[in-house]
Design a protein around this ligand. Sequence first.
Ligand code: FAD
Length: 317
Amino acid sequence: MNVIDLINSRESSAFSFEVLPPLKGTGIEKLFCTIEQLKEFSPAYINITTHRSEYIYREVGDGMMQRMRIRRRPGTVAVAAAIQNKYGIHVVPHVLCSGFTREDIEYMLLDLQFLGISDLLVLRGDKARDASSFQPTGDGYSYATELMEQINRFNAGFFVDDTQIKVPGEPFSYGVACYPEKHEESANLESDLQILKRKADGGAAYAVTQLFYDNEKYFSFVRRAREMGITIPIIPGIKPLSKLSQLTMVPKTFHCDLPQPLAEAVRACRTDEEVKHVGIEWAVEQCRELMNHKVPSIHFYTVSAVESIREIAKRIY
Ligand code: FAD
């Protein structure tokens, strides 16, 4: 069974969430703790993000700085396998263009196949922090659609150098990202939807949205997608607000609007605890409406929000 089978076989909206691999050197216990808090709501699957390496400057003595490449959150494949083995929950590791060559990607696919993991979320990934625009790594890719082609070729039994795979494994099924309020680099929503159409026509089984707080934007996006002939499930992504600082940080980072009543309610809060309460109430209402519209699944972003998601899940599932 793949994610698409799991969601298609359900009558009601599934529960799923995304976790980040731990920061290098911090162990996996905290991540397991997140899953312990949410597993009673029977997640249909858990996504594991992937993070590119970054350049940092480290002092090496005599006032000299050295530019070094580090990966703060390595371990996506291993974390996916650890979750699958420990909890028996379906896992969806993210595969990126950003920071990876074609060969890196191929080795990741091989590792996943050996581990019996056949679901992926295929993404471009963000630009490097110190770059002004997205640049592929070595012979890597500029867009998620190009990475999809490599995976499709792999599924068809070919390595990236066109040699044949002697013993092809189970083919990968994958989802992609989409943006109800458009991707930050897109000229307009129309051209972003054209890209989603290319992804769907190219083999994506479903799409997961960027987080949003205004259901109308999601409903309108799905309507426009359907009018363009995009038929794949479009899974809404939800992240409850939990901190005062998110009032400005969330729109800036995720390029989504906060509806005025939500923004006003957060502005009236004096503590993060109060924001957490507002965030939970808003997300519960959002999820109830989405479920009434029979969305295939609700996908939760867990960063800084695990306790809130637990409270929301208790009330809606
Ligand atoms: P693409 O689909 O490649 O689109 C990028 C931009 O290029 C868009 O503006 C698009 O309209 C345009 N475009 C696409 N294809 C073409 C083309 N052929 N020609 C011209 N223009 C084109 N980031 C991480 O680093 N790690 C993660 O684990 C991660 N997980 C995510 C999960 C979800 C559900 C979402 C929504 C986002 C996630 N991101 C993650 C962030 C994501 O990588 C960024 O939003 C990134 O900037 C775009 O990724 P994409 O796959 O949508 O890119």
